[in-house]
Design a protein around this ligand. Structure first.
Ligand SMILES: C[S@@+](CC[C@H](N)C(=O)[O-])C[C@H]1O[C@@H](n2cnc3c(N)ncnc32)[C@H](O)[C@@H]1O
Ligand code: SF4
Length: 404
């Protein structure tokens, strides 16, 4: 699929703000916090059996033409421009999916061109890509368009695991994609892995880690397989055709990954993310530090100063709202001070940088956890709460104990 950019329709009159005005207190945070843009590309050639992301194959788009996507993104940008008001300096852009590598480089070049006056000096621009939907030519085009970070979904090096996951690519496509990206100039390359898939052996997992880290990457995300309800995988598990993933196996795979990745020079900086020095994903840190971001596209979520909203999921509904000069937001919530503090504690706890004990609503509750082995004692002595390796497996429990 290759999409071409059509001239965007200009809205008649002013677009209304997102489900009401943003309060002054939220707008005031714009000059104080980092700002990211997320662009959601809701298209996939085929849906993988385990995936419940907001993405559609060609026959599921219900009359929406994927060629409309860029012009609608420009309309939503116009809405952001009026609501904020004025688009702030952009620290990071993340083009996620779905399969953003189904869209041709010239489309991104045109979109990024519209935004370039707002780029921060060292802006990070990430593209999520499927290994079998890129070519050396398209990789060159993405890099030339200004995209400077690329993340491929590898998932596993074991053919039997890729089969259970219902993936369309093989290992040769991963190798070619990563080397191709490196050859055209990408210095920030990430791979996504999934562990704990039924049928995966300890050796398969170690092999996946070795295969990934032998490639020229500086970032790796590893997620435990989640059986999401409503997916093909959930139906297979229910019928007994595929076993339910085992929590103990997943925990042991996590420990293997953390140990192996450390040996290969990748340090953890968030529970599911490891990087080489300077390889952290700065866009994800905007989410984890509760900074500000605007999500453009169907189902995309946004957050400005404690106000959160999310767009209509279906491309046709999202498009219809924008074409009628209406906000495509489907819902919105304003977090009070306590909710913001709780959320910030939970997110910071997942990061290597942790958080200061004094930022906890009840600093006294830390004492009950000192003997559990879940916290780094050296960090605690310096007044910070940082999860130990075993603590990372218990992150939700630790958060619950600290936020009682
Ligand atoms: C939504 S995908 C987008 C990237 C790209 N389309 C791909 O599949 O390579 C982002 C990542 O989420 C992870 N993911 C999606 N569904 C998952 C699930 N049910 N369990 C664990 N990881 C999942 C996969 O590792 C995937 O690479
Ligand atoms: S995992 Fe990636 S390729 Fe597979 S359906 Fe989800 S978004 Fe599409």
């Amino acid at each position: 699929m290759v999409f071409t950019l059509r001239v965007p329709k200009q809205p008649e009159g002013d677009l209304p703000p997102v489900s009401g005005e943003l309060p002054d207190s939220a707008l005031a945070t714009i000059s104080q916090r980092k700002f990211g843009l997320y662009l959601h590309v809701p298209f996939c050639v085929k849906r993988c059996g385990y995936c419940d992301f907001n993405t559609y194959t060609a026959t599921e788009l219900g009359g929406f033409s994927a060629e409309q996507w860029p012009e609608l993104i420009l309309l939503e940008l116009e809405l952001a421009n009026r609501t904020l008001p004025g688009l702030p300096k952009i620290d990071t852009i993340f083009i996620g999916g779905g399969t953003p590598s189904l869209i041709s480089p010239d489309i991104y070049q045109s979109l990024l061109n519209e935004l370039k006056n707002n780029f921060a000096k060292d802006i990070e621009i990430t593209l999520e890509a499927n290994p079998d939907s890129v070519s050396r030519e398209s990789l060159y085009g993405y890099f030339a368009a200004g995209i400077n970070r690329i993340s491929f979904g590898m998932q596993s090096a074991a053919a039997n695991v890729l089969k259970v996951l219902d993936r369309t690519h093989n290992l040769t496509s991963v190798e070619q994609a990563v080397h191709g990206a490196s050859d055209v100039g990408f210095r920030n390359i990430s791979l996504d892995l999934i562990y704990g898939t039924p049928g995966e052996s300890d050796a398969d997992w170690l092999n996946s880690l070795k295969f990934a880290t032998d490639l020229p990457i500086n970032h790796l995300s590893a997620y435990s397989l989640i059986v999401e309800s409503g997916t093909k995988l959930a139906a297979q598990v229910k019928r007994g055709n595929i076993a339910q993933p085992d929590d103990d196996i997943a925990a042991s795979r996590y420990l293997t990954a953390d140990q192996y990745l450390q040996q290969r020079g990748f340090g953890w900086y968030e529970i599911s993310n490891w990087s080489k020095p300077d390889g952290d994903c700065r866009h994800n840190q905007i989410y984890w530090q509760s900074d500000n971001w605007w999500g453009l596209g169907p189902g995309a979520h946004s957050h400005i100063g404690g106000v959160r909203w999310w767009n209509e999921k279906y491309p046709t509904t999202w498009a219809a709202a924008l074409q009628e000069n209406l906000s495509p937001a489907a819902g919105r919530e304003e977090l009070n001070q306590q909710q913001q503090q709780f959320e910030s504690v939970m997110l910071q706890l997942r990061q290597r940088s942790g958080l200061s004990v004094s930022k906890l609503p009840r600093p006294d509750l830390v004492a009950q956890l000192t003997s559990t082995g879940w916290l780094e004692l050296a960090a605690l002595a310096g007044g910070r709460v940082v999860l130990s390796q075993s603590g990372r497996l218990m992150a939700d429990r630790v958060a619950a104990e600290l936020l009682k």
